[in-house]
Design a protein around this ligand. Structure first.
Ligand SMILES: Cc1cc2nc3c(=O)[nH]c(=O)nc-3n(C[C@H](O)[C@H](O)[C@H](O)COP(=O)(O)OP(=O)(O)OC[C@H]3O[C@@H](n4cnc5c(N)ncnc54)[C@H](O)[C@@H]3O)c2cc1C
Length: 378
């Protein structure tokens, strides 16, 4: 596709609104495919005000959340490896994921079931990687998934943005899109310093999606979550010894990542109910009570860890059924929206970015994502 002239105050064939994980991945895929594309970001990405910060995100393939994710997980796993190879940076670390849960619990059962469905190698029983560092009550079941690990969100976003710019994309930072309106041949995006025209629009605005795509406002709810780090005084909890982990306790999931930075091991709580009306109203000052449950788990399951070193607030953008909303041309034939990633979307960013680029360029996507259409809600 021929690149058109134009920039922020002009015209772009394709506009990507929101340059967090999904938008940055899409911008990179589009630019590298030769598209005339401009990304718009209200802050300076990567940043700590959305849902893609905090040093690490788990990357899993034996997807307990359901078989409908398996093809997307497989494609993303391949693209994480490609990103590492092409950047020469360790953005994805394949340290494996160690799952532990009370006997008969949903987590370990569903991981094994997903691994069987996808033909992925998982191990159970004694002597799994990380078993000597993760203490569980007797009777707990453990599963180890080797072709999994963690990705570094800030590094991934920076790499996608840098690759996008190298391939000719424009990435306009501190440039909020205030409104999108339809024109006969595309859209007008209202910016603070004037309008921009685009033929196709991709909305990847995370928790702010309802501000731009009104039909989604009632479908999306936000849930505050706080990530907590614990010191690794003996330096034993790095990814060479400790895999990423998911532990089922008190009927919910706790997850975490080995020490990959000075703050030590990260632990977060996936379950819970901390609603928030809008990202701009999120309480971003974590307090001691935010570590309730997490600190108990750190003490009981990781006796080798030291005191809490850091906390960081973030939020999930939930869909009604906790499955993704990947909407291609449903609200408008020339608009795609990614939303409602429900606290488990990051690992899929490479494949979702690729799929958004394929849609915008009228190409066949490598993974069929129709199961995630908005139409499922009727
Ligand atoms: C604590 C926590 C832990 C998680 N752990 C995992 C995990 O282990 N594995 C996993 O796969 N997933 C995980 N997730 C989920 C995952 O991180 C998110 O699903 C994913 O990062 C969301 O990416 P996004 O691009 O949709 O949103 P964001 O990264 O928030 O990006 C949206 C962007 O849009 C911008 N924006 C909004 N409105 C506008 C506008 N009007 N104009 C311009 N720009 C705009 C925002 O500034 C932001 O940069 C976790 C999430 C949290 C909060």
């Amino acid at each position: 596709m021929r690149r058109a002239a134009g920039g922020v105050n002009g015209r772009s064939d394709i506009a990507v609104i929101g340059l967090g994980a999904m938008g940055a991945a899409a911008l990179s895929a589009l630019a590298r495919a030769g598209a005339d594309v401009t990304g718009f970001e209200r802050y300076d990405s990567p940043h700590e005000l959305g849902s893609s910060h905090g040093e690490s995100r788990l990357v899993r393939q034996a997807y307990a959340e359901g078989e409908r994710y398996l093809a997307l997980a497989r494609r993303s796993a391949a693209l994480w490896q490609t990103l590492n190879a092409e950047t020469g940076a360790e953005i994805y670390t394949e340290c494996g994921v160690h799952y532990a849960a009370p006997a008969g619990a949903r987590l370990t059962r569903d991981v094994v079931r997903a691994a069987q469905a996808a033909g992925l190698p998982v191990r159970t029983g004694d002597g799994l990687p990380g078993a000597d560092l993760i203490v569980c009550p007797s009777g707990h079941e453990r599963v180890f998934e080797a072709e999994a690990g963690l990705a570094r969100p800030e590094a991934a976003i920076a790499a996608w943005l840098s690759r996008a710019r190298e391939a000719g994309a424009r990435a306009a930072m501190r440039t909020p899109v205030r409104h999108i309106s339809r024109t006969p041949d595309g859209f007008t995006l209202a910016l603070d310093d004037g309008p921009v025209l685009a033929r196709r629009v991709i909305v990847t605005a995370g928790g702010w999606t309802g501000d731009l795509a009104a039909p989604l406002r009632a479908r999306l709810t936000l849930q505050r979550r706080v990530m907590t780090w614990f010191a690794d005084p003996d330096g034993l909890h790095g990814p060479e010894n400790l895999p990423a982990f998911v532990i089922e306790a008190e009927g919910g999931w706790y997850y975490g990542a080995p020490a990959i930075g000075p703050d030590g091991v990260k632990i977060g709580r996936h379950h819970g109910d901390e609603p928030c009306a809008h990202p701009d109203q999120l309480d971003r000052r974590p307090g001691p009570s935010d570590a309730d449950g997490i600190a108990d788990l750190a003490r009981s399951a990781f006796p080798g860890l030291g005191p809490m070193t850091r906390q960081s607030a973030c939020f999930y953008t939930m869909s009604p059924d906790e499955d993704f909303i990947l909407s291609f041309g449903e609200l408008d034939p020339d608009m795609a929206v990614v939303a409602g990633l429900s606290g488990h979307g990051f690992k899929f960013a490479p494949a979702i970015g690729e799929a958004l680029a394929a849609w915008a360029l009228d190409e066949t996507p490598s993974v069929d994502l129709s199961v995630f259409a908005l139409a499922r809600f009727g």
